[in-house]
Design a binder for this molecule. Structure first.
Ligand code: FE
Ligand code: FE
Ligand code: ZN
Length: 277
C-alpha cells in the first residue's frame, strides 16, 4: 500500500491533524514542531496524545514526520543563532518522545561565508550535541536544492556530515524530489542512476522519507520552488516512476506542494491511482 500524506498544520493539536489526514485519504503526515519561523512551542497535551494514538490506531495512520523550523541554522557563524538552533532541536527532540519511534527532519543549514567544510563540521557538531543514546527518534538530514550557501545540495555533503557524527545510527535522510532536481540530479530521465548514486554515496538504508514535490524550475536551477504534482518540470510521468520505484515504493511520501487541503486530497487520490499494488 502506498504510504502517502502531506504537510498539515499542528495548530489544533495531534488528534486534529490525524483526523484531517484521514479525511483527505492520507495514512502518513508531516507537521512543524513549532512555528516554522522559530519561537516557543505549545505545551504537549497528554490527553491529546492519548486520543491521537486511539484515532491513528483505528484508522491506519502510521508515520508522523516532524519538521524542524526551516529558519534554524545549525551551522550559523553567529554564536547566538547557532545556540538557538541547537537548543530548539534539543527541545524538539525531548518533545518527540511523546510520539516515540518517529522521524525528525531538518534542513542541514547555510554556511553563508564560512565555506562548505566549516558548514559540514558545525552541522556535525550540532548533531553530536543533540543526539542522545536513549532517544527513540531518527533525525533526518533533508537533501537540499543548493540555493545560496545551503549545505546538503550534494549527496557527498550529507555523507560527510554522517561520517562525523558519533551516534550515526540515529541519523537518516529525507529525499526531497524538488530539491534534488533543482540541485541537478536528473530524476526525470535517469531515476535509476540517481538512486544508484544515492545508494553508493549515502546508502539506501539511510533513506527514511520522501518529500514528493514537483518543481517550478528546470533541473539544476538551485531555486527550491515547489510546484503541484504534474504541473512542473518534473512532471507526472516521472512522479509515477518515483512512487513505484522498487527502492522508493515502500517509503512514506509527504507532499509539500502549494495546495490547500482539498488540493492535497486530490493529489493523494491521483497518486493512489498511479501506484501499482
Ligand atoms: Fe524541508
Ligand atoms: Fe522538503
Ligand atoms: Zn523546499
Amino acid at each position: 500500500m502506498l504510504r502517502i500524506g502531506c504537510h498539515l498544520s499542528a495548530s489544533k493539536g495531534y488528534t486534529a491533524m490525524a483526523k484531517q489526514a484521514y479525511d483527505i485519504g492520507a495514512n502518513v503526515f508531516q507537521f512543524f514542531t513549532r512555528n516554522p519561523r522559530g519561537g516557543a512551542a505549545k505545551a504537549i497535551d497528554e490527553n491529546d496524545i492519548r486520543s491521537f494514538y486511539e484515532f491513528t490506531g483505528e484508522h491506519g495512520i502510521t508515520d508522523y514526520l516532524a519538521h524542524a523550523p526551516y529558519t534554524l541554522n545549525s551551522c550559523a557563524a553567529d554564536e547566538k543563532i547557532l545556540t538557538f538552533a541547537r537548543e530548539t532541536m534539543q527541545d524538539d527532540l525531548r518533545r518527540m518522545e511523546y510520539i516515540p519511534g518517529n522521524c525528525y527532519n531538518f534542513h542541514p543549514g547555510s554556511h553563508v561565508k564560512q565555506g562548505t567544510e566549516t558548514g559540514i563540521e558545525k552541522i556535525a557538531a550540532t548533531l553530536n550535541m543533540v543526539l542522545t543514546p536513549d532517544m527513540s527518534t531518527t533525525v533526518l538530514l533533508e537533501t537540499m536544492a543548493g540555493k545560496g550557501s545551503e549545505v546538503g545540495g550534494k549527496f557527498e555533503e550529507l555523507r560527510e556530515i554522517i561520517d562525523r557524527v558519533e551516534l550515526s545510527d540515529k541519523l537518516g535522510v529525507c529525499l526531497d524530489t524538488c530539491h534534488i532536481y533543482d540541485a541537478g540530479y536528473d530524476i526525470v530521465s535517469n531515476l535509476d542512476g540517481v538512486i544508484a548514486e544515492f545508494d553508493r554515496v549515502i546508502g539506501l538504508d539511510r533513506l527514511k522519507a520522501v518529500h514528493l514535490n514537483d518543481s517550478k524550475n528546470p533541473i539544476g536551477s538551485h531555486k527550491d520552488r515547489h510546484e503541484t504534482i504534474g504541473n512542473g518540470f518534473i512532471g507526472l510521468d516521472a512522479i509515477e516512476r518515483i512512487i513505484n520505484h522498487p527502492a522508493l515504493r515502500d517509503k512514506p511520501f509527504y507532499l509539500e506542494t502549494p495546495n490547500d487541503i482539498p488540493g492535497y486530497a486530490r493529489e493523494i487520490a491521483l497518486l493512489k491511482e498511479l501506484y501499482r499494488d
